[in-house]
Design a binder for this molecule. Structure first.
Ligand SMILES: Cc1cc2nc3c(=O)[nH]c(=O)nc-3n(C[C@H](O)[C@H](O)[C@H](O)COP(=O)(O)OP(=O)(O)OC[C@H]3O[C@@H](n4cnc5c(N)ncnc54)[C@H](O)[C@@H]3O)c2cc1C
Length: 412
């Protein structure tokens, strides 16, 4: 891999953003090397996730989840697509409308057909709309023709491994197990990256380098290369509220079928069916051991908050973050509405889980460490992943990341 000039571009990371850039460049016949720290893995095994730093402790009993595997966090995600208002990016001179149109043609982005919405999500939607809340179906990245009521095979949900497969089919090379540590700089240019593979330090070179290692690792790699990033990040903390539904057959549903996005208030509420193991973990964390086996009759709402930028990412890639009083107030407001909706639905024995978070980002933000072309202060070094989102977020980010990545690939 030491050969100079063997590649037109190196892409670090295979989450939604990295996979998209890699695929777009490979289709354009560029020689692309994709470097991925993890391997292909669909399992949820908590001890391994802790060991691989896919679950990180952020302080005061709170955790953060991300995927270190081929496909990145999209292998673990809930497949909700959200197109942000145009103004979010127009103010930075970025118009993503063409990219969103392109993505809607390429990917299965649509709200679920009624019959694919599970019983607990329906119960919540009826209760919320009955109370006058603007509860609407959400767009999903789901091949609905592969689903039937109560039957949702894993392959029915789009994730970034599909774009990686297409990139490889178009000629890209993929290096799994490559833990990229640092960008190699020479004057005003980035010339390559240093990485560790099976304990051995190695280097690889290319005229264009795109860091797409996610909201934590891209900032870490830049910092370890001597490139400054702005202070703080967001992580969109969540709490889930659970209760027992009367005679309901829950537990096997497409999560986040519908919800409400309260932009002004800074939170979103959606139905949520957690994977059984995650439900058990959250229930144990909340010390509700007697509820560990209630997964099949549990009706749940997720409250996700748009938290302020803050906290820090360490050189070793650990994170520390304290939520502000404002963040906590937003969460309490969201939880009050979630509880009201569940109670109105006749759901009993309601409890809430501990704080966790699933969208680290904003750590290499546009207008901070990258410009509106996602370029760093080094001419040929780009960052494209959740870290470049310009400000607090609080929304499903994947659709936006795919659009930003398509735009970057055109400019490269
Ligand atoms: C449980 C859960 C549910 C979610 N549900 C949704 C949802 O419904 N809708 C939505 O839009 N979003 C959702 N998300 C968030 C979404 O998955 C992420 O925001 C998105 O995947 C981020 O994409 P990314 O390209 O920025 O980075 P990631 O997907 O995190 O990918 C980063 C990649 O870089 C690799 N990497 C990291 N460090 C290195 C290194 N040193 N060297 C080489 N490679 C490295 C990783 O292995 C990974 O492949 C969810 C997240 C979680 C945890």
């Amino acid at each position: 891999m030491n050969t100079k000039n063997a590649w037109d571009a190196i892409i670090v990371g295979t989450g939604p953003a990295g996979a998209t850039v890699a695929r777009e460049l490979a289709i354009r016949k560029k020689k692309v090397l994709i470097m991925e720290k993890g391997k292909l893995d669909y399992s949820i095994h908590i001890p391994s996730m802790l060991k691989n730093k896919e679950m990180l402790y952020i302080g005061k009993g709170k955790t953060l989840v991300r995927g270190i595997r081929t496909g990145g966090t999209s292998v673990l995600y809930y497949g909700t697509a959200y197109e942000p208002p145009k103004e979010y990016f127009l103010q930075y001179g970025i118009d993503l409308s063409g990219e969103f149109d392109e993505l809607r043609r390429e990917l299965p982005v649509a709200p679920l057909r009624d019959e694919l919405i599970g019983p607990s999500a329906k119960k919540i939607m009826q209760s919320a709309t009955g109370l006058g809340y603007p509860w609407r179906k959400l767009d999903k990245f789901i091949y609905q023709d592969k689903c039937a009521p109560g039957h949702f095979p894993d392959q029915a949900q789009w994730n970034a491994t599909e774009y990686i497969t297409e990139a490889i089919e178009a000629g890209a090379a993929m290096l799994n197990g490559a833990d990229v540590k640092r960008v190699i700089l020479s004057g005003k240019e980035a010339v390559g990256v240093e990485y560790i593979d099976s304990g051995i330090h190695q280097k690889v070179y290319a005229p264009k380098i795109v860091l797409a290692a996610g909201g934590i690792a891209s900032a870490q790699i830049l910092n370890n290369s001597g490139i400054n990033t702005p202070e703080g990040f967001f992580c969109d903390p969540i709490i889930t509220v659970h209760g027992v539904g009367d005679g309901i057959q829950a537990g096997n549903e497409i999560p986040m079928a519908a919800g409400m996005i309260c932009k002004q208030e800074g939170y979103i509420l959606t139905d949520i069916t957690l994977p059984r193991l995650v439900y058990k973990l959250f229930t144990a964390q909340a010390l509700r051991f007697h509820r560990l086996f209630d997964h099949g009759k549990t009706v749940s709402i997720m409250v996700k908050v748009r938290d302020s930028l803050g906290g820090r990412i360490t050189k070793k890639g650990n994170v520390r973050k304290e939520f502000t009083d404002q963040d906590k107030r937003k969460m309490e407001n969201g939880l009050a509405h979630a509880t009201k909706i569940l109670e109105h639905a006749g759901v009993k024995k309601i409890f809430r889980t501990a704080w966790t978070a699933a969208h680290p980002g904003g750590s290499v933000r546009i207008g901070g460490a990258v410009d509106s072309n996602l370029q760093t202060e080094y001419d040929n070094l780009y960052v494209c992943d959740c870290s470049v989102l310009p400000t607090e977020w609080g929304l499903p980010p994947t659709f936006t990341l795919l659009a930003l990545a398509k735009r970057l690939a055109k400019r490269l």
